[in-house]
Every structure is written in structure tokens, then in C-alpha cells.
Design a protein around this ligand. Structure first.
Ligand SMILES: NC(=O)c1ccc[n+]([C@@H]2O[C@H](COP(=O)([O-])OP(=O)(O)OC[C@H]3O[C@@H](n4cnc5c(N)ncnc54)[C@H](O)[C@@H]3O)[C@@H](O)[C@H]2O)c1
Length: 248
């Protein structure tokens, strides 16, 4: 039987893991005996001993490269790179500034690309590896005030498909996870600022609840396991049925 958990000692980079989904992913891999490197613009609170924590931006190629170089030095390379860092931009299009549009693309899409590129430069020569992206339900659907966010997440999903085709022959898999509304600072902040209606969210979700960060992390760990060896180029919904629901 194929194991549904990542092998112990797996060398994992997670971006945006100071909190939220990224932290849950890092914790879940660590619970499976993985070695963890975090790249985040913020410091990682209460990082467990042994984690490599690098402060920097995923939108800056030198910062991304420095995180992978730290893994090279400590552990001789990388097995899993999860390009998770990102943020939500909810604003009417006519009010969105050029700088806000560019920042959303820089972090959510260019940051994902730079992380994947640096990972591929190491994984392709070694002949194995997994690149993961955190997309969003907005990779597949639109929504008012989500022009920049939906454009970047659609881009991330198709980046995963393109890279899966390019890297597959060399033994490197690429997949994206598309979470629904996850209970994190990002969502709580949008609700608190009146940019999201929390009660309407619950009504719209077939499960009538937010997705938990650990549930997204569980999918990431599964994708890094031997059981997922043929899952490649997939965009996997972890959204409680949100995108399956055509009713209001
Ligand atoms: N929370 C949700 O409902 C939800 C749903 C779908 C997709 N997502 C996606 O999941 C990912 C994580 O979201 P979250 O909810 O955990 O958000 P969060 O705000 O709780 O955490 C995001 C983390 O990314 C870091 N970060 C932001 N910009 C960065 C940059 N330029 N360089 C390095 N680190 C940076 C932040 O410091 C933070 O630690 C994002 O890509 C987001 O779009 C979230």
C-alpha cells in the first residue's frame, strides 16, 4: 500500500508561513518529521527549534534564492517547495490604483513564479521534487471587487498546469491547492473591515462553515506523499463545496 504521508526528513520550503495557511502547512509537515524552511516578510512567532526562518519577500528573486541557498547549505537541497505567500485585494476596479494592481501581481503571481523557478533549478537536476501553489476558489470563478486577486489566482492555477507539463518528464510534479474561505487573519480582517459579509459566507458554503487551515495543510501533505505520485498538473479544491454550489 502506498503511504499517504510525506516521508520523514522531507526538506520543505513554505513561503508565507509566519501565520495562516502557510504556518498550518509547515506545522503539518513538521508533524510528519519533515525539515522546514520558512520564507516570510515577517518573523515567525514561536518557530520550533530546527526550522530555518528567513525574512524577505517572495517578490524579490534574491530573497527567494537566499532561502533555497540556506536549505542547500543545511540539508543539501529541497524536496517540496510550497509557494503559498499571497494576499487578498478586494476593491472596486475603478478605485484600484495601478500600484495596488502591480503589488498584487508581484506578490501573488510573480512571487509564486520566482519560488517555482528557484525550486526547479534544484529539483530538475536531482530528478524529483514537488512544487505546490496556494491558488484560491477565485482561480475558477470571478467576483465583484476581485479583479486583481482573481486574475493572479487564475494565473497561479495555469502556472501550475504549464510547469507540470514542462517538469513532468524530469520527475518533478507541480500542483495547486484551491482553498475556499479559510479561517485565517486574512479573512477575519476582511470581515472586520466590512469587505466581506461573514454571515453570507456561511450561508453560501454547503458546509455552512469556514475551511480550517489544517484542512488545507492535510492536502499539501497528501500531495507530498507516495500515494499522490500520479497527481500532477492538478488544481485541487479544498473549499467545502463552494465552487460546486451554483445556488445563491
Ligand atoms: N484565507 C483564505 O480564505 C484563503 C483562501 C484561498 C486562498 N488563500 C491564499 O492562501 C495564501 C495564504 O493566505 P492566508 O489566509 O494564510 O493569509 P495570511 O495573511 O494569514 O498569511 C499570509 C502570510 O504571507 C506572508 N506574506 C505576505 N506577503 C508576502 C511577501 N511578499 N513575501 C513573503 N511573505 C509574504 C505574510 O507575512 C503572512 O505571514 C495566500 O496566497 C492567499 O491568497 C487564502
Amino acid at each position: 500500500m502506498l503511504s499517504p504521508t510525506p516521508p520523514p526528513g522531507t526538506r520543505v520550503l513554505v513561503t508565507g508561513a509566519a501565520r495562516g495557511i502557510g504556518r498550518a502547512v509547515a506545522d503539518a509537515f513538521a508533524a510528519n518529521g519533515a525539515r522546514i524552511c520558512v520564507l516570510d516578510r515577517d518573523a515567525v512567532p514561536e518557530a520550533p527549534e530546527g526550522w530555518l526562518c528567513r525574512q524577505g519577500s517572495v517578490a524579490v528573486a534574491a530573497d527567494v534564492e537566499a532561502a533555497f541557498a540556506a536549505m542547500d547549505a543545511a540539508w543539501g537541497g529541497v524536496d517540496v517547495a510550497h509557494a503559498n505567500a499571497g494576499f487578498s485585494m478586494n476593491k472596486p476596479t475603478t478605485e484600484l490604483t495601478e500600484a495596488e494592481w502591480r503589488q498584487t501581481v508581484e506578490v501573488n503571481l510573480t512571487g509564486a513564479f520566482l519560488t517555482a523557478q528557484a525550486a526547479a533549478r534544484r529539483m530538475l537536476p536531482q530528478g524529483h521534487g514537488l512544487i505546490l501553489f496556494t491558488a484560491s476558489l477565485f482561480h475558477a470563478v470571478g467576483g465583484a471587487d476581485r479583479a486583481a486577486y482573481a486574475a493572479t489566482k487564475g494565473g497561479v492555477a495555469n502556472l501550475a498546469r504549464a510547469l507540470a507539463c514542462e517538469f513532468g518528464p524530469a520527475g518533478v510534479r507541480v500542483n495547486a491547492i484551491a482553498p475556499g474561505y479559510v479561517e485565517t487573519w486574512l479573512i477575519n480582517d476582511l470581515i472586520a473591515r466590512g469587505r466581506l459579509d461573514g454571515e453570507a459566507l456561511m450561508r453560501r458554503s454547503p458546509q455552512r462553515r469556514l475551511v480550517q487551515p489544517a484542512e488545507v495543510a492535510a492536502m499539501a501533505c497528501f500531495l507530498a506523499s507516495p500515494a499522490a505520485a500520479s497527481v500532477n498538473g492538478a488544481v485541487l479544491a479544498v473549499d467545502g463545496g463552494w465552487t460546486a454550489n451554483g445556488a445563491p
